[in-house]
Structures are given as structure tokens and as C-alpha cells.
Write a protein that binds this ligand. Structure first.
Ligand code: COI
Length: 356
């Protein structure tokens, strides 16, 4: 991949904040590395590409994204291999998905070279921030928001794209308890569920808070029409092991096309695990836990990677999932293989790893 790094202006931080961070104890999303990449879409072109110190923006109170929500983002990760080189995982898939989100939200799309050029330049400048301790990584947050200052409801003509990064450890410290949500919805057919737009997350907060007040950690989202089929869980895709097969809801316009989801499906196939992408009903899940055919349920997403669930609550009843030794869990075997590929320890036969 060739990237025109010459177009990017670099203004380095006067002093690094890296010494303030305990890399053996990394909460998710709290420590931000020294720099960020910023570009603006003005007069129909991406311009002012810069790497600058991580800092606040000055924004107009009339900024259209603050009012009407044209805001999209991505999540991705980088790792270090044993030689200390920085490896990104499937970044081109994030560019593609970001542009699908941009299209749905009527926003400017990003040329691959602007996204990748900014990303590579940023990771070179902040390479020291990529953790090498097992279980940690550099979480990368590319995002874009509308910047017109105008109160009419219309697609903005200007946008800002930014990438910043944070060294992170595990997202959840304990296997979460999930509640099947049958009143509120995350997304509906024809809506924006497949897009990674800010509003999808905002709408999920209130029902999640209600579930947390009942002792659960997160929700399992069901379809908007019948509340009968499972779509996603929390902020990620959901997978099950049923009769030894990896089963996950088939993609639709109300489900995010998860890159981790796709990765785990492909890894499972190479490990000889049968995969089914299809409708999964709540009835099948609770009956399966009861009769022992469903042995694992887990979330799959960039931030969590693979997150085994401990319990599923539905209709006032809690269904405990069996505990597994790591050698006995399909979820954890998939995670182990994924970790090995993205840290350069296992063969990258799919061409997913992108060396900076
Ligand atoms: C990710 O897994 O990258 C996500 O987007 C979840 C995030 C909202 C924490």
C-alpha cells in the first residue's frame, strides 16, 4: 500500500504523556496517546491532513452533528509482534465499513489513502504507545462528524475526520450477565442498525441502564417486529455454540457487519468447526441451555474480542451457561487463534495483518 505521507503536516507534542500510564493496568478507553490525525472535508475535498497533539477541538454551538447526529465511527486494534513491529488488524475492512456507514448517513466518504495514510502516520509517531503485554493492544478510534454550522435539517457539506488511539486492556473483567430485551429495540428493518453511527449507541443506553438496575450487565437485542429472534448483544455481535456448531444471527440491515464476527467465522471454518449464519430464536437459546445442546454464548467485537457470557435472563427467569476450561471452550479457542494471528505468532493465511 502506498500512502502519500508528504501531504500530512506533523506538529509533535512538546512532551509525551506516556510515563503517566501504567501499561500493566490499562482500563478501556481512558488513556489517550500523544497525537491524533485530523482532516477536514471542505469544498468537496479532504484537506488539512495533520498529525497534531491530542487536544480539544473548538467547535461551533451550531455544529450540525451535535443537533442532527451525522456522526459515525470505527473501532480497530494494533499489536506488537515479538520483533517489536506494529501490526494492524484488517484496517482496510474498517475503511470499507466506515464508507458504508457514511453512505447511509448521507456523509462524505473517505478515500482509502486518506484513512490509511493518516492511520499509518499516526501509528508511526505514537508507536511507543502500542502495548506488548499479553491481553493488551492499542485501540484505534477513527470517526467522522458533520461540521456545518446551520440549523436546517439537511446533510452537512463539511466534515471532520479524526483518528486517536488508546492503549487498552480487557473490556470486561468478569463474564457478563445478559438480559434478553423484548420492549426496546436497537434497530429496525430499513433503519441504521448496520451502520456504525453514534445514534445507535445513544438509543441503547436507556434500556441498558434499566437492565443494569435489575442486576444484568448488558442486553441481548431482539428483532423489532416480533421480538422473537436474536440480533446482537450489547455493542457487539453475538455467537452461540449449539450441538458443537458455531451459530450466529445472519446479517441484515439491522445488524452490524462485525469484522470480529467475520474473522471468527473464518477461523472456525479453518479449525473444522461447522458454522451456521441464520435466524436464532430466543426459544431455541433458552431451550438449548435447558437441554444442554447450547453450551456457549459469547459476544464478538473489536473492543471485547470474545466475551463469554455467564447467564441469559429472559422473561423473569435466569438461565446459567456452563463454565468451561479454556481447552474445552470453542469461544476461547477461536480467541486464542485470533490473538496468535494478530500478534504475528500464527500464519496469516487470510492476509489480515497489516504491518506499519
Ligand atoms: C468496538 O468493539 O470497537 C465497538 O465499537 C464497541 C465500542 C462501542 C466500545
Amino acid at each position: 500500500m502506498t500512502t502519500d505521507l508528504l501531504q500530512i503536516e506533523l506538529r509533535k507534542a512538546e512532551r509525551s504523556r506516556i510515563q503517566e500510564v501504567d501499561f500493566n493496568n490499562l482500563p478501556f478507553g481512558k488513556h489517550f496517546s500523544d497525537h491524533m490525525f485530523v482532516a477536514d472535508f471542505v469544498d468537496g475535498q479532504w484537506q488539512n491532513q495533520q498529525i497534531v497533539p491530542f487536544d480539544n477541538f473548538t467547535l461551533s454551538p451550531a455544529l450540525s452533528s451535535l443537533h442532527y447526529g451525522q456522526a459515525i465511527f470505527e473501532g480497530m486494534k494494533a499489536f506488537k509482534n515479538e520483533a517489536g513491529e506494529v501490526l494492524m488488524f484488517r484496517p482496510l475492512d474498517n475503511v470499507k465499513r466506515m464508507n458504508e456507514s457514511a453512505h447511509r448517513m448521507c456523509m462524505a466518504t473517505l478515500p482509502e489513502d486518506v484513512f490509511m495514510g493518516g492511520l499509518e502516520a499516526l501509528l508511526r509517531v505514537d508507536a511507543d504507545w502500542v502495548p506488548s503485554t499479553p491481553g493488551s493492544s492499542l485501540y484505534i478510534r477513527p470517526y467522522m462528524f458533520a461540521t456545518d454550522t446551520y440549523l436546517g435539517v439537511a446533510p452537512s457539506k463539511t466534515y471532520r475526520f479524526c483518528i486517536f488511539t488508546c492503549p487498552v486492556g480487557q473490556y470486561y473483567s468478569n463474564p457478563p450477565k445478559l438480559k434478553v430485551e423484548t420492549d426496546y429495540i436497537r434497530s429496525a428493518p430499513g433503519g441504521t442498525g448496520f451502520a456504525k453511527c453514534a445514534g445507535n449507541y445513544a438509543g441503547s443506553l436507556y434500556p441498558t441502564l434499566l437492565a443494569q438496575q435489575q442486576g444484568y450487565d448488558q442486553l441481548i437485542w431482539t428483532d423489532a417486529v416480533e421480538h422473537k429472534y436474536i440480533e446482537e448483544s450489547g455493542t457487539m455481535n453475538i455467537m452461540f455454540v449449539i450441538d458443537g456448531k458455531l451459530v450466529t444471527p445472519a446479517l441484515s440491515d439491522s445488524i452490524l457487519r462485525g469484522i470480529t464476527r467475520d474473522t471468527l467465522i473464518k477461523i472456525a471454518k479453518t479449525m473444522g468447526i461447522e458454522v451456521e449464519e441464520r435466524k436464532v430464536s430466543i426459544a431455541e437459546v433458552v431451550e438449548g441451555i435447558g437441554n444442554g445442546r447450547l453450551t456457549e454464548a459469547f459476544g464478538a467485537g473489536t473492543a471485547v474480542v470474545v466475551s463469554p457470557y455467564s447467564l441469559i435472563g429472559f422473561n423473569g427467569q435466569d438461565y446459567m451457561l456452563p463454565e468451561h476450561a479454556p481447552s474445552d471452550s470453542i469461544a476461547l479457542k477461536l480467541k486464542e487463534q485470533l490473538d496468535a494471528i494478530r500478534t504475528g505468532k500464527a500464519d496469516d493465511s487470510f492476509g489480515w495483518v497489516y504491518k506499519v
